[in-house]
Design a protein around this ligand. Structure first.
Ligand code: 3HC
Ligand code: NAI
Length: 705
């Protein structure tokens, strides 16, 4: 037995006649250059070493191999290149086997598919998720997977980015054998020896034929049409299908060439940059200064105050995370409604076959409805989700202060209100924090963790731990009106109102925003959320509004008529008979016109391009102010907020990444040009001016955190 090259992330040793190759590149064995070099060395050793008859590839730690090293994308490519290493490995005359016990994703699965036989252990997760990064499998994966699984299932796997379990991978033909256990080396060696004993020869995936070619091509054409509709604006899905067609129509070597060309197109596309930014940003937001100094407090039992839209959604999120919940409501009728709101979610899952009645009963056993604060004396963490009214909230927090045990975390789900003021009514402001969930709270991933002045670091860390337990994406925010997301939203929403009054119709604005990549435009969102909510906020803010600020009354005219959107059958759009897709409403256009006339505005035309320039300039400018005030820690926190809470197209990476890709001088020039119309609204953020003057971008500020 010999051990080699300890500095290399690939350990090669001979076990009897088997060369055991262990990929050891924590945390997930990504295929950085040194790993590719190590793998190449192993292949060469297998070719040259007379003592070895076969090679076994395994991963050290949790993963088999999680794919290419995503940090290397966008940097100059470094040899050896994975496709060549794999082709050489596959072509060799000695058996090569992979034993997969954890994630084998992207390039990791491509390594496995280029071996001759694949063994999976129960923890295996197999997938080709490159599409999530704006890419396609670029190391033969688009050519080998159709040969193993069939063209359509392979294309569907690549388009979905989904991970298959060991069992599903066996059924799909991606692996040859499944064994129990968690030791890939022992299981792999046993399998290799079994194959050697039976005289099994290398079976090269590249030599297999794609099954049923004519039917496969027809199915792929249909898939291409459906995909174009579903993945509007995305670049790589169509290229993936093109590659799979090549696998059906071309010999392997030519298919691989085609794959390489299309892979490079994807690699060089701005979408890849946006999606890779999103991948890392999403994982960075949990890295906060408090984590260095404090450990989370223990929590298992929660109280949720209020069983309305948010209270019920948060309750479901908590129950799904395995926590216990006492829900408090005002009276018997309200708590019965609160309970119903929770059960409705589970009944919906049962109706769809995604939950059993037994599982619901087991989950609901951790739920306790109550109208008495005495029932929450022993809870570890409270989340208040009562009406958005500071006096109501202060009264609730006084009550919480009275009954809750010492050390309990007291959180509010307020959307806009001053959490410092709420904390101040208690005797324990160090325990009070904001947990701003998004609706529906059991589904939306974003959780803004709002940090008031006096909160203790371990409470902040506890909130991040809660987010992790609930599988949310947490973003640390400071206290201000609307925190990160709603504060910025209110500004670009206002820019949309200005364009509306100046001549763009709500339908044109929504269409432009959808073309940019959002699933919905702002007027559609308002109809979905309920126009009454925005109206209430505007009324609340009326007293503090700057009298010099331009105010567009059109939304008030709509709301005054009781046209709140989908729930009332009309809003900015018409929803006849409960329709969910709205129709344009000539009466709305007439109201808009009348308001313009009242202000003496002659409407002018807006192109979609101008609409988006203004919309995005307003957004980016406010983002810069939020950063400068320390409301957001880093630009990436703002990006994640918009990706996970506001439907910002992921492939653009978020508003800060978008601005960097436009070039900040261009964005600033727009803002300065618009400021000539309205200097108050379009005041350029000092931080934006500073970055432009210094020739820097927002990404340069991410290094700070
Ligand atoms: N490259 C570089 N870093 C990676 C990585 C990769 N492929 N995959 C994960 N990481 C890093 C993460 O950034 C994170 O770093 P941090 O601790 O500094 O924040 C760390 O590894 C752990 O990752 P997670 O927090 O995501 O850990 P989980 O245990 O929750 O998940 C995982 C593990 C399922 C492997 C998940 O990380 C994942 O899905 N990774 C991406 C897999 C992927 O997309 N592979 C395809 C890459 S593209 C490719 O292979 C191209 C090829 O076809 C040529
Ligand atoms: P909702 O009106 O649906 O529910 C509020 C519930 O609180 C009602 O069931 C009411 O009976 C109960 N309640 C009122 N006073 C109470 C008291 N003193 N004790 C116990 N229960 C009391 O309101 P929604 O939409 O759930 O909003 C709740 C909070 O969440 C608000 O602060 C809101 O700003 C915030 N929020 C709302 C979002 C949304 O999209 N609806 C998104 C994020 C935050």
């Amino acid at each position: 037995m010999s051990e080699q090259a300890s500095a290399s992330p690939v350990h090669i040793r001979l076990d009897g006649e088997v060369l055991v190759v262990t990929i050891d590149n924590p945390p997930v064995n990504a295929l950085r250059q040194a790993v590719r070099a190590g793998l190449q060395e192993a292949v060469e050793q297998l070719e040259q070493d007379a003592a070895s008859r076969a090679m076994l590839i395994v991963g050290q730690g949790k993963a088999f191999i999680a794919g290419a090293d995503i940090r290397e994308f966008g940097k100059p490519p470094m040899a050896p290149f994975l496709p060549e290493v794999l082709n050489r490995m596959e072509a060799g005359g000695k058996l090569v086997v992979a034993a997969i016990h954890g994630p084998a994703l992207g390039g990791g699965l491509e390594v496995a598919m280029a071996t001759h036989y694949r063994l999976a252990l129960p923890g295996a997760k197999l997938g080709l998720p490159e599409v999530n990064l704006g890419l396609l499998p670029g190391a033969g994966g688009t050519q080998r997977s159709p040969r193993l699984m069939g063209a359509l299932p392979a294309a569907e796997l690549m388009l979905s980015g989904k991970h298959l379990s060991a069992k599903a991978a066996l059924a799909a033909g991606l692996v040859d054998k499944l064994v129990e256990g968690d030791d890939p080396v022992a299981a792999g060696l046993a399998y290799v020896r079994e194959l050697l004993a039976s005289g099994t020869q290398p079976r090269r995936t590249c030599d297999l034929e794609v099954a049923d070619k004519a039917a496969a091509l027809a199915a792929l054409d249909q898939l291409a049409q459906d995909t174009a509709k579903k993945t509007r604006g995305l670049f790589s899905p169509a290229k993936i299908i093109e590659c799979v067609k090549a696998a059906v129509q071309m010999p392997f070597a030519e298919g691989v060439k085609r794959e390489r060309e299309l892979f490079l197109e994807c690699l060089n596309s701005p979408q890849r940059a946006g999606l890779v930014h999103a991948f890392f940003a999403e994982r960075e937001t949990a890295k906060i200064p408090e984590a260095r100094a404090a450990a989370p407090r223990h929590f298992a039992k929660l109280a949720i105050i209020g069983g309305g839209t948010m209270g019920a959604g948060i309750t479901v999120a908590a129950l799904d995370a395995g926590l216990s919940v006492v829900m408090i409501e005002r009276d018997a009728e309200s708590i019965a409604r609160g309970r119903k709101n929770v059960e409705k979610v589970y009944d919906g899952l049962i109706a769809k076959g995604r939950m059993t009645a037994e599982a619901k009963a087991a989950t609901m056993a951790r739920y306790q409805p109550s109208t008495s604060y005495d029932d929450i004396k022993d809870v570890d963490l409270v989340i208040e989700a009562v009406f958005e009214d500071i006096e109501v909230k202060k009264a609730v927090f006084k009550e919480l202060d009275r009954v809750c045990k010492s050390g309990a975390v007291l959180a509010t789900n307020t959307s806009y209100l001053d959490i410092d003021a709420i904390a101040a009514v208690t005797s324990r402001p160090q325990d009070v924090i904001g947990l701003h969930f998004f609706s529906p709270a059991n589904i939306m991933k974003l959780l803004e963790i709002v940090v008031p002045a006096k909160v203790a670091p371990d409470v902040v860390v506890t909130a991040f731990e809660l987010a992790k337990r609930m599988k949310k994406v947490p973003v640390r925010a400071g206290v201000c009106d609307g925190f990160i997301g709603n504060r910025i939203l209110s500004v670009y929403r206002e820019a949309a109102n200005y364009m509306l009054e100046d001549g763009a119709s709500p339908y044109e604005i929504d269409a432009a925003v959808r073309e940019f990549g959002y699933p919905m435009g702002p007027f559609q969102v308002s109809d979905l959320a309920g126009g009454d909510i925005g109206w209430a906020t505007r009324k609340r803010k009326a007293a503090t509004r700057d009298p010099r600020a331009r105010y567009v009354e059109i939304a008030d005219r709509i709301a005054e008529r009781g046209w709140y959107g989908q729930k009332t059958g009309r809003g900015w759009y018409l929803y006849p008979e409960g329709a969910r897709t709205g129709q344009q409403d000539p009466e709305v256009l007439a109201i808009v016109d009348a308001e313009r006339t009242k202000k003496g505005i002659t409407p002018r035309a807006f192109t979609h391009e101008e609409i988006m320039r203004r919309y995005m300039a307003a957004m980016v400018n406010e983002c810069a102010k939020v950063l400068e005030e320390g409301i957001a820690l880093r630009p990436l926190d703002i990006d994640v907020t918009f990706l996970f809470g506001y439907g910002f197209p992921r492939w653009r990476g978020g508003p800060m990444q978008w601005a960097d890709m436009q070039g900040l001088p261009k964005v600033l020039a727009d803002i300065e040009a618009f400021a000539k119309e309205d200097a108050l609204f379009w005041q350029p953020a000092p931080l934006l001016k500073k970055l432009v003057a210094e020739g820097r971008n927002f990404a340069s500020l991410n290094q700070r955190g």
